[in-house]
Ligand binder design. Structure first.
Ligand code: SF4
Length: 241
């Protein structure tokens, strides 16, 4: 079948790259990951600071299409990540192109645009959503560098919980943004969700000065917090030794 959308130029001008195959971005799946530039948050623990500013698409879209078609027999799907993909006005076209080819799609999002998420869910353009929950509502500004986004994220959480789409909520447990004792409070706002993943913070040279040296919580304490969160929804820990 010839796809109208796969036959055109890249349906998003903010697509800056793609990773041919990974088992890290969609749990249990072999996926190709598309990377979209631009994000209005400024999380101090962001591992992709070079993606925060929008760039014109530099990705090899034709190479991506060729790759997906050639590897379709073993490729489980495509992950769209960033940056923040829902900031890209062309995201629906990108996901429509994948859906038209019958390629399952996972979206990674910070939840700041519930209107976009509602549209994608209603149009059945996503098969899995990973929504980041950065902190408790009262600490969202400090955790993201943006005012007034906690309500938008809360609406995105409600949309996802009410949807029939597979999903997970994820908190990167950055000690300066989230106290261990706050995690159950965050989990209590996710009741009805499919999964809560506590992602261990990884100090990295990519982080800004003053952040790279922050020590993660010890793994045992993180697991203990996860057990308390599990009284609200299934909870796992990722990235802890
Ligand atoms: S929402 Fe994600 S991409 Fe944006 S600043 Fe935070 S960690 Fe980085």
């Amino acid at each position: 079948m010839t796809s109208k959308l796969f036959g055109r130029n890249a349906p998003t001008r903010l697509l800056v790259g793609w990773i041919p195959a990974t088992m890290l971005d969609w749990p249990g799946k072999v996926a190709t990951t598309l990377v979209v530039s631009g994000c209005e948050f400024r999380c101090p623990f962001c591992q992709n600071p070079r993606l925060l500013w929008e760039e014109s698409g530099t990705a090899d879209w034709d190479g991506f299409v060729e790759h997906v078609r050639a590897k379709r027999s073993w490729l489980d799907g495509v992950v769209v990540t960033g940056g923040e993909p829902t900031d890209d006005p062309d995201l629906p076209s990108l996901l429509a192109a994948l859906a038209e080819e019958g390629v399952p799609a996972k979206l990674d999002t910070n939840g700041s645009r519930p209107d976009v998420l509602a549209f994608l869910l209603a149009e059945q353009l996503v098969d899995y959503v990973c929504l980041d929950v950065k902190a408790t509502a009262s600490r969202y500004r400090d955790a993201t560098g943006r005012e007034g986004v906690a309500d938008a994220v809360a609406e995105s959480i409600r949309l996802l919980v009410r949807s029939h789409v597979e999903h997970e909520f994820r908190t990167t447990v950055f000690p300066r943004s989230v106290a261990l004792e706050e995690l159950p409070a965050i989990a209590s706002g996710l009741v009805g969700g499919r999964l809560y993943a506590l992602q261990q913070f990884r100090p990295s040279a990519a982080l800004g000065p003053g952040t790279a040296g922050v020590r993660p919580y010890c793994s045992a304490d993180l697991r203990s917090a996860a057990r308390r969160c599990a009284s609200y929804l299934p909870t796992i820990v990722r990235g802890a030794a």
